[in-house]
Structures are given as structure tokens and as C-alpha cells.
Design a protein around this ligand. Structure first.
Ligand code: ARG
Length: 273
């Protein structure tokens, strides 16, 4: 029988895709030759924001800047735990200025505990927060040295996980936190090295194991409030598996944002205060 679930209100930082485009390629999903429908991207993003608001969550907005077409993916701009802001440092020069824009927003919005990182890390793209751990991806973007840096700043155990499939270049494409009060996650094993797979099996024996179809539909790029799980609607199999566990999947259409190699979670940075 599915266990009973409880939603808790969340706060997300989002950035409208007014300047979203695919003008360079820094992951296998990005093809600058494929046109992006800017109006559709904006409509899909507004729909996602509306879903969060209708679920009772708060959405803060980071103003978007011209010349930064990936800025819509706010999850990469920082990681916030216990009100402490661990800034990002991007792997690619194209995205570098986004880190500063995020830190300025936090400084202007009452966050006082800010950390300017020494090592490359792409925020919640590679950091996922459960009740007991901060899970940390590496292999494509985030420098493993940032894992220790984050552990020291947050005072929480950071578990390093090696990503091996370039399609899942960020942790948040291969792993989703379903219940952050109870260490419940979903993940796609083939995206991880054998050792990291074993670590995940040991730490999360009850995890939802996602299929290749779920993962390639960006189903793990999901945002959960403990009950409702917002995810790309194309991940139909994952929606069924979530329902069996007592979650309420909420599918959204993010087809335009997929062209940048991101989906629901990428557009939503959680402010854990
Ligand atoms: N085009 C962006 C990049 O490659 C997409 C970022 C997706 N964000 C995420 N949290 N996975 O950097």
C-alpha cells in the first residue's frame, strides 16, 4: 500500500526565458541549428510558474539578462541550504556571468550568509539535498574539490557521485529527491559509475529506480514538495511509478526548454531558508 504523503510549502527562484536561445552547444541536447520558439518557451515557463503558485509555493524572480541565453536554468546559479548560499562557478565561459547575477540577487534579497566558491560547481545542477546528505555530482561540470568545499560550508555530509553518461551531464538529470524529509529519491543507475551505483544502493535501498525512457524524457529533472512531483509530462512511466508510491505527479510541457538541455528542475532553484 502507498504510504501517506505530506506537502510542505516551498520557495523557488526562477528566471523568465526572455533571452532564452540555443546559440552554443555545451551539452549533447543543444543544437544551435534547431530554431527555438521564444514565445512558446516563455508560455511554457509561465505555465510552470503557475503550477508552483497553484500548489501554494512562492516563486521569486531573478531578472534575466541579454547575452545569457541559459539564465533560465536558475538551478545552476547557487545552492541554498539552511539559508546559506553556496554560489556557483560555471564550467563554461558562456555561462560564467550568471554566477555573479545570482550572488547579487541574494545579497539584495536579505541573504547574509554568502559563499563565493573557489572550485567549479554548477549549483543544484550537481547538488541535491536530502534529509541526511547533500548528494553531489561530478564527472562533467562540477569539480570534485567543490564537494569538500560545500561540506565545510553547509556542515552536512556531502556524498560524491560520479556521472558517466554525457546525456546526463548534471546530477539533476539522473537523480531526483522525492521526499527530502525522509531520504527518498529516484535515480537512473546507468548514468552513474559502478561504485557510485553501489553507494546509491547502500544509502537508498528503497529508491525508485527509473528506466532509460524516464531518464531520456528528462523525468528525473523533477521538483517535489513531498507530495506533488512536477516533471516533464513525457515521462509517463515515471508518473505511474510515482502514483504507486503515493505521490501526485504533475506533468508539464517544457519542450522548448529541452532544446537547451534542461527541464523542470533546471528552471527552479529551491530556496531552503
Ligand atoms: N544549457 C544549459 C547547460 O548546458 C542547461 C542547464 C540545465 N540545468 C540543469 N540544472 N541541469 O549548462
Amino acid at each position: 500500500m502507498a504510504r501517506s504523503r505530506r506537502a510542505t510549502p516551498r520557495r523557488y527562484l526562477m528566471c523568465p526565458p526572455a533571452h532564452f536561445d540555443v546559440t552554443y552547444s555545451i551539452n549533447p541536447w543543444m543544437d544551435p541549428a534547431k530554431p527555438v520558439d521564444g514565445a512558446l518557451a516563455l508560455a511554457q515557463w509561465e505555465q510552470l510558474r503557475e503550477v508552483y503558485r497553484s500548489l501554494g509555493h512562492t516563486v521569486e524572480e531573478l531578472p534575466c539578462e541579454p547575452g545569457l541565453p541559459d539564465m533560465v536554468f536558475t538551478a545552476n546559479g547557487a545552492t541554498v541550504v539552511d539559508g546559506r548560499v553556496f554560489g556557483a562557478r560555471f564550467a563554461h565561459p558562456e555561462r560564467e556571468p550568471e554566477a555573479e547575477a545570482h550572488l547579487e540577487w541574494f545579497a539584495a534579497n536579505g541573504f547574509t550568509h554568502l559563499h563565493v566558491p573557489v572550485h567549479i560547481n554548477e549549483g543544484e545542477g550537481d547538488f541535491a539535498v536530502t534529509a541526511s546528505y547533500v548528494l553531489a555530482g561530478r564527472g562533467f561540470r562540477t569539480n570534485p574539490l567543490s564537494h569538500g568545499e560545500a561540506q565545510e560550508f553547509f556542515g552536512r555530509p556531502v556524498i560524491g557521485l560520479e556521472l558517466v553518461d554525457p546525456r546526463f551531464y548534471h546530477l539533476d538529470l539522473a537523480l531526483a529527491v522525492l521526499d527530502d524529509a525522509a531520504d527518498e529519491i529516484a535515480y537512473y543507475p546507468a548514468a552513474f559509475s559502478p561504485g557510485s551505483r553501489e553507494v546509491l544502493r547502500r544509502l537508498f535501498p528503497g529508491a525508485l529506480v527509473a528506466t532509460d525512457d524516464d531518464a531520456t524524457a528528462f523525468g528525473l529533472n523533477a521538483v517535489s514538495d513531498g507530495l506533488r512531483v512536477v516533471l516533464p509530462q513525457a515521462a509517463a512511466g515515471l508518473c505511474d511509478a510515482l502514483r504507486e508510491r503515493g505521490f501526485e505527479p504533475v506533468g508539464v510541457d517544457v519542450s522548448e526548454l529541452l532544446k537547451g538541455g534542461g527541464a523542470v528542475k533546471c528552471c527552479s532553484q529551491e530556496l531552503r531558508v
